[in-house]
Write a protein that binds this ligand. Structure first.
Ligand code: GTP
Length: 557
Protein backbone atom coordinates (compact mmCIF):
# COMPACT_ATOMS: atom_id res chain seq x y z
CA UNK A 1 0.00 0.00 0.00
CA UNK A 2 1.26 3.48 -0.85
CA UNK A 3 1.12 6.63 1.19
CA UNK A 4 -2.21 8.35 0.89
CA UNK A 5 -1.82 11.32 -1.53
CA UNK A 6 -2.29 13.63 1.41
CA UNK A 7 0.52 12.20 3.44
CA UNK A 8 2.88 11.79 0.49
CA UNK A 9 2.23 15.41 -0.39
CA UNK A 10 2.86 16.55 3.19
CA UNK A 11 6.17 14.69 3.23
CA UNK A 12 7.15 16.19 -0.11
CA UNK A 13 6.39 19.69 1.16
CA UNK A 14 8.41 19.11 4.31
CA UNK A 15 11.38 17.94 2.24
CA UNK A 16 11.04 20.91 -0.05
CA UNK A 17 10.91 23.28 2.92
CA UNK A 18 13.94 21.69 4.46
CA UNK A 19 15.90 22.02 1.21
CA UNK A 20 14.96 25.69 0.99
CA UNK A 21 16.13 26.40 4.52
CA UNK A 22 19.37 24.46 4.21
CA UNK A 23 21.52 27.24 2.64
CA UNK A 24 20.58 29.65 5.46
CA UNK A 25 21.44 27.05 8.07
CA UNK A 26 24.79 26.38 6.45
CA UNK A 27 25.48 30.11 6.31
CA UNK A 28 24.70 30.34 10.04
CA UNK A 29 27.08 27.49 10.64
CA UNK A 30 29.86 29.15 8.65
CA UNK A 31 29.34 32.33 10.65
CA UNK A 32 29.52 30.46 13.92
CA UNK A 33 32.64 28.67 12.75
CA UNK A 34 34.35 31.92 11.71
CA UNK A 35 33.76 33.32 15.21
CA UNK A 36 34.45 30.21 17.18
CA UNK A 37 37.86 31.30 18.34
CA UNK A 38 36.14 33.35 21.05
CA UNK A 39 34.49 30.19 22.48
CA UNK A 40 31.12 31.92 22.76
CA UNK A 41 30.03 30.63 19.37
CA UNK A 42 31.20 27.06 19.96
CA UNK A 43 27.98 25.86 21.65
CA UNK A 44 26.00 27.43 18.83
CA UNK A 45 28.15 25.61 16.29
CA UNK A 46 27.58 22.35 18.16
CA UNK A 47 23.84 22.99 18.29
CA UNK A 48 23.67 23.69 14.54
CA UNK A 49 25.71 20.60 13.75
CA UNK A 50 23.56 18.52 16.10
CA UNK A 51 20.41 19.71 14.42
CA UNK A 52 21.69 18.91 10.91
CA UNK A 53 23.05 15.55 12.03
CA UNK A 54 19.66 14.56 13.36
CA UNK A 55 17.54 15.84 10.51
CA UNK A 56 19.65 15.62 7.30
CA UNK A 57 19.19 11.92 6.55
CA UNK A 58 15.47 12.10 7.21
CA UNK A 59 15.05 14.73 4.51
CA UNK A 60 17.24 12.99 1.95
CA UNK A 61 20.76 14.10 2.90
CA UNK A 62 22.43 11.08 4.55
CA UNK A 63 26.01 12.17 3.79
CA UNK A 64 25.25 15.60 5.19
CA UNK A 65 24.05 13.95 8.40
CA UNK A 66 27.29 11.98 8.68
CA UNK A 67 29.49 15.06 8.19
CA UNK A 68 27.40 17.11 10.62
CA UNK A 69 27.65 14.35 13.19
CA UNK A 70 31.47 14.33 12.85
CA UNK A 71 31.49 18.08 13.28
CA UNK A 72 29.26 17.85 16.34
CA UNK A 73 31.53 15.25 17.96
CA UNK A 74 34.60 17.31 17.24
CA UNK A 75 33.15 20.52 18.71
CA UNK A 76 31.69 18.57 21.61
CA UNK A 77 35.08 17.25 22.69
CA UNK A 78 36.56 20.80 22.67
CA UNK A 79 33.61 22.05 24.71
CA UNK A 80 33.93 19.20 27.20
CA UNK A 81 37.58 20.17 27.70
CA UNK A 82 36.58 23.86 27.98
CA UNK A 83 38.96 24.99 25.24
CA UNK A 84 38.72 26.37 21.69
CA UNK A 85 39.31 24.17 18.66
CA UNK A 86 42.92 23.25 18.07
CA UNK A 87 44.36 24.32 14.65
CA UNK A 88 44.10 20.71 13.50
CA UNK A 89 40.48 20.49 14.64
CA UNK A 90 39.76 23.80 12.92
CA UNK A 91 41.08 22.37 9.65
CA UNK A 92 38.92 19.30 10.03
CA UNK A 93 35.92 21.46 10.89
CA UNK A 94 36.50 23.65 7.81
CA UNK A 95 36.71 20.53 5.65
CA UNK A 96 33.51 19.15 7.15
CA UNK A 97 31.66 22.41 6.59
CA UNK A 98 32.77 22.32 2.97
CA UNK A 99 31.44 18.78 2.73
CA UNK A 100 28.16 19.97 4.19
CA UNK A 101 27.92 22.67 1.53
CA UNK A 102 28.56 20.10 -1.20
CA UNK A 103 26.15 17.52 0.16
CA UNK A 104 23.42 20.12 0.50
CA UNK A 105 23.12 19.93 -3.29
CA UNK A 106 22.80 16.14 -3.37
CA UNK A 107 19.47 15.13 -1.90
CA UNK A 108 18.22 11.60 -2.27
CA UNK A 109 14.45 11.28 -2.40
CA UNK A 110 13.66 9.02 0.54
CA UNK A 111 11.52 5.95 -0.02
CA UNK A 112 7.95 6.50 1.05
CA UNK A 113 6.96 5.17 4.45
CA UNK A 114 5.38 1.73 4.24
CA UNK A 115 1.83 2.61 5.11
CA UNK A 116 -0.18 0.09 7.06
CA UNK A 117 -3.93 0.44 6.80
CA UNK A 118 -4.98 3.62 8.54
CA UNK A 119 -6.88 2.75 11.66
CA UNK A 120 -8.63 6.00 12.43
CA UNK A 121 -11.55 5.66 10.05
CA UNK A 122 -14.55 7.88 10.59
CA UNK A 123 -16.81 6.56 13.28
CA UNK A 124 -20.24 5.29 12.29
CA UNK A 125 -22.52 6.26 15.08
CA UNK A 126 -25.39 3.81 14.83
CA UNK A 127 -25.44 0.39 13.22
CA UNK A 128 -28.12 -0.83 10.84
CA UNK A 129 -29.50 -4.31 11.54
CA UNK A 130 -31.99 -6.30 9.45
CA UNK A 131 -34.38 -8.38 11.50
CA UNK A 132 -36.38 -11.13 9.78
CA UNK A 133 -39.13 -12.41 12.03
CA UNK A 134 -42.72 -13.37 11.26
CA UNK A 135 -43.97 -12.96 14.83
CA UNK A 136 -44.90 -9.27 14.77
CA UNK A 137 -44.91 -8.77 18.53
CA UNK A 138 -41.52 -10.41 18.96
CA UNK A 139 -40.16 -8.32 16.07
CA UNK A 140 -41.45 -5.11 17.65
CA UNK A 141 -40.04 -6.04 21.01
CA UNK A 142 -36.60 -6.88 19.60
CA UNK A 143 -36.58 -3.66 17.58
CA UNK A 144 -37.26 -1.69 20.74
CA UNK A 145 -34.69 -3.55 22.78
CA UNK A 146 -31.97 -3.15 20.16
CA UNK A 147 -32.94 0.49 19.76
CA UNK A 148 -32.17 1.09 23.46
CA UNK A 149 -28.60 0.03 22.75
CA UNK A 150 -28.28 2.38 19.81
CA UNK A 151 -28.97 0.00 16.91
CA UNK A 152 -31.26 0.94 14.03
CA UNK A 153 -33.42 -2.02 13.08
CA UNK A 154 -35.25 -2.58 9.83
CA UNK A 155 -37.72 -5.40 10.10
CA UNK A 156 -38.94 -7.92 7.47
CA UNK A 157 -41.82 -10.31 7.99
CA UNK A 158 -40.65 -12.98 5.58
CA UNK A 159 -37.32 -14.07 4.07
CA UNK A 160 -38.84 -13.35 0.65
CA UNK A 161 -39.25 -9.67 1.55
CA UNK A 162 -35.60 -9.52 2.48
CA UNK A 163 -34.58 -11.18 -0.78
CA UNK A 164 -36.56 -8.64 -2.78
CA UNK A 165 -35.06 -5.62 -1.04
CA UNK A 166 -31.79 -4.08 -2.23
CA UNK A 167 -29.22 -4.56 0.50
CA UNK A 168 -28.28 -1.29 2.20
CA UNK A 169 -24.50 -0.85 1.87
CA UNK A 170 -24.30 0.23 5.52
CA UNK A 171 -25.92 -2.98 6.76
CA UNK A 172 -23.98 -4.28 9.77
CA UNK A 173 -25.70 -7.59 10.57
CA UNK A 174 -28.78 -9.73 9.91
CA UNK A 175 -30.88 -11.31 12.64
CA UNK A 176 -32.73 -14.22 11.10
CA UNK A 177 -35.33 -16.59 12.50
CA UNK A 178 -35.08 -20.20 11.33
CA UNK A 179 -38.68 -21.35 11.02
CA UNK A 180 -41.21 -19.48 8.84
CA UNK A 181 -44.59 -20.50 7.45
CA UNK A 182 -42.71 -20.98 4.14
CA UNK A 183 -40.55 -23.77 5.61
CA UNK A 184 -38.91 -25.14 8.75
CA UNK A 185 -35.50 -24.02 7.54
CA UNK A 186 -36.62 -21.07 5.42
CA UNK A 187 -34.34 -18.65 7.31
CA UNK A 188 -30.98 -20.32 6.57
CA UNK A 189 -32.12 -21.14 3.02
CA UNK A 190 -32.81 -17.46 2.36
CA UNK A 191 -29.40 -16.47 3.68
CA UNK A 192 -27.72 -18.90 1.27
CA UNK A 193 -29.72 -17.42 -1.61
CA UNK A 194 -28.75 -13.93 -0.53
CA UNK A 195 -25.08 -14.85 -0.39
CA UNK A 196 -25.26 -16.23 -3.93
CA UNK A 197 -27.51 -13.59 -5.49
CA UNK A 198 -26.24 -10.48 -3.73
CA UNK A 199 -22.84 -11.49 -2.42
CA UNK A 200 -24.06 -10.81 1.11
CA UNK A 201 -21.04 -11.00 3.43
CA UNK A 202 -22.64 -9.38 6.46
CA UNK A 203 -22.59 -11.43 9.68
CA UNK A 204 -25.81 -13.32 10.38
CA UNK A 205 -27.14 -14.28 13.78
CA UNK A 206 -29.84 -16.95 13.76
CA UNK A 207 -32.36 -17.25 16.53
CA UNK A 208 -35.04 -19.85 16.92
CA UNK A 209 -37.19 -21.83 19.31
CA UNK A 210 -35.67 -24.90 17.65
CA UNK A 211 -32.63 -26.19 19.46
CA UNK A 212 -32.01 -29.37 17.48
CA UNK A 213 -28.93 -30.32 15.52
CA UNK A 214 -30.70 -30.11 12.13
CA UNK A 215 -31.57 -26.44 12.68
CA UNK A 216 -28.14 -25.63 14.09
CA UNK A 217 -26.44 -27.41 11.16
CA UNK A 218 -28.54 -25.48 8.65
CA UNK A 219 -27.57 -22.23 10.37
CA UNK A 220 -23.89 -23.19 10.39
CA UNK A 221 -24.01 -24.14 6.69
CA UNK A 222 -25.54 -20.77 5.92
CA UNK A 223 -22.52 -19.18 7.57
CA UNK A 224 -24.29 -18.12 10.77
CA UNK A 225 -21.94 -16.35 13.14
CA UNK A 226 -24.08 -17.17 16.18
CA UNK A 227 -27.17 -19.14 17.12
CA UNK A 228 -29.45 -18.04 19.95
CA UNK A 229 -32.35 -20.00 21.32
CA UNK A 230 -35.63 -18.20 21.99
CA UNK A 231 -36.57 -16.48 24.18
CA UNK A 232 -33.71 -14.26 23.15
CA UNK A 233 -31.63 -12.90 26.00
CA UNK A 234 -31.13 -9.27 25.00
CA UNK A 235 -27.89 -9.01 26.94
CA UNK A 236 -26.44 -12.00 25.08
CA UNK A 237 -27.73 -10.75 21.74
CA UNK A 238 -26.15 -7.34 22.29
CA UNK A 239 -22.82 -8.74 23.30
CA UNK A 240 -22.80 -11.07 20.21
CA UNK A 241 -23.81 -8.21 17.97
CA UNK A 242 -21.21 -5.91 19.44
CA UNK A 243 -18.42 -8.38 18.90
CA UNK A 244 -19.53 -8.97 15.30
CA UNK A 245 -20.30 -5.48 14.11
CA UNK A 246 -17.94 -3.35 16.06
CA UNK A 247 -15.84 -2.17 13.20
CA UNK A 248 -15.04 0.88 15.26
CA UNK A 249 -11.35 0.99 14.85
CA UNK A 250 -9.48 0.82 18.08
CA UNK A 251 -8.84 4.27 19.40
CA UNK A 252 -5.81 5.52 17.42
CA UNK A 253 -2.51 5.34 19.24
CA UNK A 254 -1.21 8.74 20.35
CA UNK A 255 2.44 9.71 20.17
CA UNK A 256 3.75 12.95 21.62
CA UNK A 257 6.84 14.11 19.72
CA UNK A 258 9.15 16.36 21.72
CA UNK A 259 11.80 17.89 19.51
CA UNK A 260 12.96 21.48 19.13
CA UNK A 261 13.76 20.73 15.51
CA UNK A 262 10.38 21.56 14.06
CA UNK A 263 10.84 20.16 10.50
CA UNK A 264 12.16 16.89 11.86
CA UNK A 265 9.33 16.63 14.37
CA UNK A 266 6.82 17.27 11.57
CA UNK A 267 8.46 14.67 9.38
CA UNK A 268 8.27 12.04 12.10
CA UNK A 269 4.70 13.07 12.82
CA UNK A 270 3.66 12.64 9.19
CA UNK A 271 5.45 9.28 9.03
CA UNK A 272 3.53 8.02 12.06
CA UNK A 273 0.28 9.52 10.82
CA UNK A 274 0.67 7.53 7.60
CA UNK A 275 -0.17 4.40 9.62
CA UNK A 276 -3.02 5.96 11.55
CA UNK A 277 -1.07 7.02 14.61
CA UNK A 278 -2.22 10.31 16.01
CA UNK A 279 0.56 12.77 16.89
CA UNK A 280 1.11 15.97 18.78
CA UNK A 281 4.31 18.00 18.60
CA UNK A 282 6.07 19.88 21.39
CA UNK A 283 8.89 22.09 20.14
CA UNK A 284 9.18 24.05 23.36
CA UNK A 285 9.88 21.50 26.11
CA UNK A 286 8.63 23.91 28.76
CA UNK A 287 5.06 23.46 27.48
CA UNK A 288 5.05 19.69 27.80
CA UNK A 289 2.74 19.46 30.83
CA UNK A 290 -0.19 21.04 29.02
CA UNK A 291 0.37 18.73 26.03
CA UNK A 292 0.44 15.67 28.29
CA UNK A 293 -2.91 16.59 29.85
CA UNK A 294 -4.61 17.53 26.61
CA UNK A 295 -3.27 14.83 24.36
CA UNK A 296 -2.83 11.92 26.82
CA UNK A 297 -0.11 10.20 24.80
CA UNK A 298 0.47 6.46 24.72
CA UNK A 299 4.15 7.11 24.03
CA UNK A 300 6.54 10.05 24.20
CA UNK A 301 9.16 10.25 21.47
CA UNK A 302 11.79 12.67 22.61
CA UNK A 303 14.92 14.36 21.44
CA UNK A 304 17.71 14.24 24.00
CA UNK A 305 19.22 17.67 23.63
CA UNK A 306 16.95 20.68 23.51
CA UNK A 307 17.31 24.26 24.64
CA UNK A 308 15.90 24.87 28.11
CA UNK A 309 16.21 21.34 29.39
CA UNK A 310 17.47 17.96 28.29
CA UNK A 311 15.33 15.01 27.35
CA UNK A 312 16.58 13.17 30.41
CA UNK A 313 15.39 15.95 32.71
CA UNK A 314 12.06 15.99 30.97
CA UNK A 315 11.76 12.20 31.33
CA UNK A 316 12.38 12.58 35.06
CA UNK A 317 9.60 15.17 35.29
CA UNK A 318 7.18 12.98 33.36
CA UNK A 319 7.88 10.09 35.71
CA UNK A 320 6.94 12.27 38.67
CA UNK A 321 3.39 12.50 37.31
CA UNK A 322 1.22 9.72 38.64
CA UNK A 323 -0.67 9.26 35.37
CA UNK A 324 2.51 8.89 33.32
CA UNK A 325 4.51 6.46 35.39
CA UNK A 326 3.97 3.76 32.78
CA UNK A 327 3.88 5.63 29.48
CA UNK A 328 6.84 4.60 27.31
CA UNK A 329 9.43 7.31 26.77
CA UNK A 330 11.68 6.71 23.80
CA UNK A 331 14.61 8.92 22.88
CA UNK A 332 15.18 9.66 19.26
CA UNK A 333 18.68 10.98 19.35
CA UNK A 334 22.01 11.16 17.63
CA UNK A 335 23.63 10.22 20.93
CA UNK A 336 25.73 7.10 20.47
CA UNK A 337 27.80 7.26 23.63
CA UNK A 338 26.75 4.24 25.70
CA UNK A 339 27.47 5.85 29.06
CA UNK A 340 25.43 8.94 28.30
CA UNK A 341 22.62 6.74 27.00
CA UNK A 342 22.61 4.71 30.21
CA UNK A 343 22.53 7.80 32.39
CA UNK A 344 19.65 9.20 30.37
CA UNK A 345 17.76 5.92 30.71
CA UNK A 346 18.20 5.85 34.46
CA UNK A 347 16.13 9.00 34.66
CA UNK A 348 13.07 7.26 33.35
CA UNK A 349 13.22 6.61 29.61
CA UNK A 350 12.65 3.15 28.18
CA UNK A 351 14.62 3.05 25.00
CA UNK A 352 16.83 4.73 22.45
CA UNK A 353 16.31 5.05 18.74
CA UNK A 354 19.20 6.49 16.84
CA UNK A 355 18.82 9.33 14.38
CA UNK A 356 18.64 9.20 11.47
CA UNK A 357 15.98 6.53 11.43
CA UNK A 358 14.14 5.14 8.42
CA UNK A 359 10.36 5.59 8.38
CA UNK A 360 9.94 1.79 8.44
CA UNK A 361 12.11 1.44 11.50
CA UNK A 362 10.43 4.32 13.29
CA UNK A 363 6.96 2.91 12.62
CA UNK A 364 7.89 -0.58 13.66
CA UNK A 365 9.78 0.44 16.82
CA UNK A 366 7.05 2.79 17.96
CA UNK A 367 4.15 0.45 17.09
CA UNK A 368 5.56 -2.45 19.09
CA UNK A 369 5.88 -0.33 22.19
CA UNK A 370 2.46 1.24 21.68
CA UNK A 371 0.76 -2.15 21.43
CA UNK A 372 2.47 -3.41 24.57
CA UNK A 373 1.57 -0.27 26.49
CA UNK A 374 -2.11 -0.43 25.55
CA UNK A 375 -2.37 -4.09 26.64
CA UNK A 376 -0.64 -3.31 29.90
CA UNK A 377 -2.81 -0.27 30.48
CA UNK A 378 -6.03 -2.18 29.80
CA UNK A 379 -5.04 -4.85 32.36
CA UNK A 380 -4.41 -2.19 34.94
CA UNK A 381 -7.36 0.04 34.20
CA UNK A 382 -10.25 -2.25 33.34
CA UNK A 383 -13.00 -3.54 35.55
CA UNK A 384 -13.05 -7.28 34.88
CA UNK A 385 -16.84 -7.74 34.98
CA UNK A 386 -17.88 -4.94 32.62
CA UNK A 387 -14.71 -3.98 30.73
CA UNK A 388 -15.26 -0.36 31.80
CA UNK A 389 -12.60 1.69 33.55
CA UNK A 390 -12.12 0.68 37.15
CA UNK A 391 -12.25 2.95 40.17
CA UNK A 392 -8.62 4.11 40.12
CA UNK A 393 -8.58 4.76 36.38
CA UNK A 394 -11.86 6.67 36.55
CA UNK A 395 -10.48 8.79 39.34
CA UNK A 396 -7.39 9.55 37.22
CA UNK A 397 -9.53 10.55 34.27
CA UNK A 398 -11.63 12.84 36.41
CA UNK A 399 -8.50 14.53 37.74
CA UNK A 400 -7.15 14.95 34.21
CA UNK A 401 -10.44 16.28 32.87
CA UNK A 402 -10.64 18.73 35.76
CA UNK A 403 -7.12 20.01 35.03
CA UNK A 404 -7.95 20.36 31.36
CA UNK A 405 -11.19 22.23 31.99
CA UNK A 406 -9.40 24.53 34.46
CA UNK A 407 -6.68 25.33 31.96
CA UNK A 408 -9.00 25.88 29.03
CA UNK A 409 -11.74 27.45 31.13
CA UNK A 410 -13.92 24.73 29.66
CA UNK A 411 -16.90 22.79 30.80
CA UNK A 412 -17.64 19.14 31.52
CA UNK A 413 -20.22 17.20 33.45
CA UNK A 414 -19.84 14.32 35.83
CA UNK A 415 -22.72 11.88 36.25
CA UNK A 416 -22.85 9.25 38.98
CA UNK A 417 -25.30 6.41 38.37
CA UNK A 418 -26.50 3.89 40.92
CA UNK A 419 -28.86 0.98 40.25
CA UNK A 420 -32.12 1.17 42.17
CA UNK A 421 -32.95 -1.52 44.71
CA UNK A 422 -30.21 -3.64 43.31
CA UNK A 423 -30.06 -5.69 46.48
CA UNK A 424 -33.58 -6.87 45.62
CA UNK A 425 -32.40 -8.00 42.20
CA UNK A 426 -29.63 -10.07 43.78
CA UNK A 427 -31.90 -11.40 46.49
CA UNK A 428 -34.71 -12.29 44.10
CA UNK A 429 -32.84 -13.61 41.06
CA UNK A 430 -29.37 -14.40 42.32
CA UNK A 431 -25.98 -12.76 42.06
CA UNK A 432 -25.28 -14.02 38.54
CA UNK A 433 -28.39 -12.35 37.18
CA UNK A 434 -27.32 -9.24 39.12
CA UNK A 435 -24.00 -9.42 37.29
CA UNK A 436 -25.72 -9.61 33.93
CA UNK A 437 -27.74 -6.48 34.80
CA UNK A 438 -24.46 -4.68 35.56
CA UNK A 439 -23.04 -5.86 32.23
CA UNK A 440 -26.15 -4.72 30.36
CA UNK A 441 -25.91 -1.25 31.85
CA UNK A 442 -22.20 -1.09 30.96
CA UNK A 443 -23.00 -2.21 27.41
CA UNK A 444 -25.71 0.39 27.04
CA UNK A 445 -23.43 3.16 28.27
CA UNK A 446 -20.60 2.06 25.97
CA UNK A 447 -22.84 1.90 22.94
CA UNK A 448 -24.76 5.09 23.52
CA UNK A 449 -21.97 7.44 24.54
CA UNK A 450 -19.34 9.16 22.43
CA UNK A 451 -15.86 7.76 22.28
CA UNK A 452 -14.57 10.85 23.99
CA UNK A 453 -16.87 10.28 26.97
CA UNK A 454 -15.37 8.39 29.87
CA UNK A 455 -17.29 5.56 31.52
CA UNK A 456 -16.20 3.74 34.65
CA UNK A 457 -17.55 1.38 37.26
CA UNK A 458 -16.44 2.75 40.57
CA UNK A 459 -18.25 0.49 42.99
CA UNK A 460 -20.47 -2.58 43.05
CA UNK A 461 -23.50 -1.03 41.36
CA UNK A 462 -22.22 2.49 40.91
CA UNK A 463 -21.05 3.91 37.60
CA UNK A 464 -19.51 7.20 36.56
CA UNK A 465 -19.79 9.01 33.26
CA UNK A 466 -17.56 11.98 32.46
CA UNK A 467 -18.88 14.07 29.58
CA UNK A 468 -16.20 16.45 28.23
CA UNK A 469 -17.36 19.68 26.58
CA UNK A 470 -20.91 19.08 27.75
CA UNK A 471 -22.95 21.53 29.80
CA UNK A 472 -25.53 20.66 32.44
CA UNK A 473 -28.50 21.02 30.12
CA UNK A 474 -27.08 18.63 27.55
CA UNK A 475 -25.96 16.20 30.26
CA UNK A 476 -29.41 16.08 31.85
CA UNK A 477 -31.02 15.38 28.51
CA UNK A 478 -28.52 12.67 27.64
CA UNK A 479 -28.67 10.93 31.02
CA UNK A 480 -32.45 11.04 30.96
CA UNK A 481 -32.41 9.35 27.56
CA UNK A 482 -30.08 6.69 28.90
CA UNK A 483 -32.19 6.27 32.04
CA UNK A 484 -35.33 5.87 29.96
CA UNK A 485 -33.65 3.40 27.59
CA UNK A 486 -32.23 1.31 30.43
CA UNK A 487 -35.57 1.19 32.23
CA UNK A 488 -37.03 -0.44 29.12
CA UNK A 489 -34.34 -3.08 28.68
CA UNK A 490 -35.77 -6.50 29.36
CA UNK A 491 -33.44 -8.24 31.81
CA UNK A 492 -33.68 -12.00 31.64
CA UNK A 493 -33.89 -13.92 34.90
CA UNK A 494 -34.64 -17.31 33.34
CA UNK A 495 -36.09 -18.76 30.17
CA UNK A 496 -39.59 -17.64 31.06
CA UNK A 497 -38.98 -14.73 33.36
CA UNK A 498 -37.87 -11.21 32.55
CA UNK A 499 -37.84 -8.05 34.59
CA UNK A 500 -36.84 -4.44 34.25
CA UNK A 501 -34.81 -2.27 36.53
CA UNK A 502 -33.77 1.37 36.78
CA UNK A 503 -30.97 3.63 37.92
CA UNK A 504 -30.82 6.97 39.66
CA UNK A 505 -28.35 9.61 38.64
CA UNK A 506 -26.73 12.72 40.08
CA UNK A 507 -25.04 15.19 37.76
CA UNK A 508 -22.57 17.92 38.60
CA UNK A 509 -21.32 20.49 36.15
CA UNK A 510 -17.68 21.45 36.60
CA UNK A 511 -17.36 24.84 38.27
CA UNK A 512 -14.24 26.86 37.58
CA UNK A 513 -11.76 26.40 40.42
CA UNK A 514 -13.34 23.18 41.72
CA UNK A 515 -11.17 20.13 42.16
CA UNK A 516 -12.12 16.58 41.20
CA UNK A 517 -13.37 15.80 44.69
CA UNK A 518 -15.59 18.88 44.78
CA UNK A 519 -17.31 17.88 41.56
CA UNK A 520 -17.63 14.30 42.63
CA UNK A 521 -19.09 15.23 45.97
CA UNK A 522 -21.66 17.42 44.25
CA UNK A 523 -22.69 14.63 41.90
CA UNK A 524 -22.92 12.24 44.86
CA UNK A 525 -25.16 14.64 46.74
CA UNK A 526 -27.40 14.96 43.71
CA UNK A 527 -27.52 11.17 43.44
CA UNK A 528 -28.58 10.97 47.07
CA UNK A 529 -31.36 13.45 46.35
CA UNK A 530 -32.45 11.39 43.35
CA UNK A 531 -32.71 8.31 45.59
CA UNK A 532 -34.59 10.25 48.26
CA UNK A 533 -36.99 11.67 45.69
CA UNK A 534 -38.12 8.20 44.65
CA UNK A 535 -35.30 6.84 42.41
CA UNK A 536 -35.34 6.36 38.59
CA UNK A 537 -34.56 10.03 38.01
CA UNK A 538 -31.73 12.39 37.12
CA UNK A 539 -30.96 15.32 39.39
CA UNK A 540 -28.53 18.14 38.76
CA UNK A 541 -26.44 19.28 41.69
CA UNK A 542 -26.87 22.78 42.92
CA UNK A 543 -23.43 24.26 42.47
CA UNK A 544 -23.97 26.73 45.34
CA UNK A 545 -23.67 23.79 47.67
CA UNK A 546 -20.09 23.40 46.60
CA UNK A 547 -18.87 25.31 49.58
CA UNK A 548 -18.51 22.21 51.80
CA UNK A 549 -14.98 21.03 52.44
CA UNK A 550 -15.27 18.65 49.50
CA UNK A 551 -12.59 16.46 50.90
CA UNK A 552 -12.57 12.77 50.60
CA UNK A 553 -15.40 12.51 48.11
CA UNK A 554 -13.47 9.96 46.14
CA UNK A 555 -12.32 8.17 49.25
CA UNK A 556 -15.90 7.63 50.12
CA UNK A 557 -16.48 5.59 46.95
N1 GTP B 1 -24.50 -9.07 41.37
C1 GTP B 1 -23.68 -8.18 41.92
N2 GTP B 1 -24.12 -7.44 42.97
C2 GTP B 1 -23.29 -6.54 43.51
C3 GTP B 1 -22.00 -6.33 43.02
N3 GTP B 1 -21.42 -5.36 43.77
C4 GTP B 1 -22.34 -4.98 44.68
N4 GTP B 1 -23.48 -5.68 44.54
C5 GTP B 1 -24.71 -5.62 45.31
O1 GTP B 1 -25.34 -4.37 45.15
C6 GTP B 1 -26.26 -4.22 46.23
C7 GTP B 1 -26.27 -2.80 46.68
O2 GTP B 1 -27.27 -2.68 47.63
P1 GTP B 1 -27.62 -1.34 48.41
O3 GTP B 1 -26.36 -0.53 48.58
O4 GTP B 1 -28.37 -1.71 49.62
O5 GTP B 1 -28.47 -0.52 47.43
P2 GTP B 1 -29.75 -0.87 46.59
O6 GTP B 1 -30.39 -2.15 47.01
O7 GTP B 1 -29.37 -0.79 45.15
O8 GTP B 1 -30.72 0.29 46.98
P3 GTP B 1 -30.67 1.80 46.52
O9 GTP B 1 -29.28 2.13 46.00
O10 GTP B 1 -31.00 2.57 47.75
O11 GTP B 1 -31.70 1.96 45.46
C8 GTP B 1 -25.82 -5.20 47.33
O12 GTP B 1 -26.76 -6.23 47.41
C9 GTP B 1 -24.50 -5.73 46.80
O13 GTP B 1 -24.28 -7.08 47.17
C10 GTP B 1 -21.55 -7.13 41.92
O14 GTP B 1 -20.44 -7.03 41.42
N5 GTP B 1 -22.43 -8.03 41.40
Amino acid sequence: MKDSPDIAEQLRLLRENYAQQLPAKLAQMEDAFRQCDNMVELPNLRHLAHSLAGSGATFGYPALSVAARQLETLVDSALCDGRPLTPKESDTAARLIKTLGREAHNPIVPAPAPALPASNLPETERKLIYLVEDDASLATDLMLQLGHFGYIVKSFETPKQLLETPVDPTLAAVLMDIVFPQGDLAGPEAIIQLAVAKQLRTPVIFFSSRNDLTARLAAARAGGAAYLVKPVDVGELISRLDSLVTDLPPEPYRVLIVDDNSPLASHNAVTLQSVGISTDIVTDPMTILAHLDDFKPDLVLMDMYMPGCTGAELAAVIRQLENYVLVPIVYLSTETDTDRRLIAMQLGADDFLTKPITPEHLISAVSTRLRRYRVLRSHIEQDSLTGLLNHAATKDRLTTETARAARQQGVFCLAVLDLDHFKNVNDTYGHLIGDSVLKNLAELLKRRLRRTDIVGRIGGEEFVVILPDTDAKQAIQLLNELREAFSLVRQRASRDLTFTTTFSCGIAEYQLGANANDTHLLADQALYQAKQAGRNRVILANSDERKGDGSGAFHAL
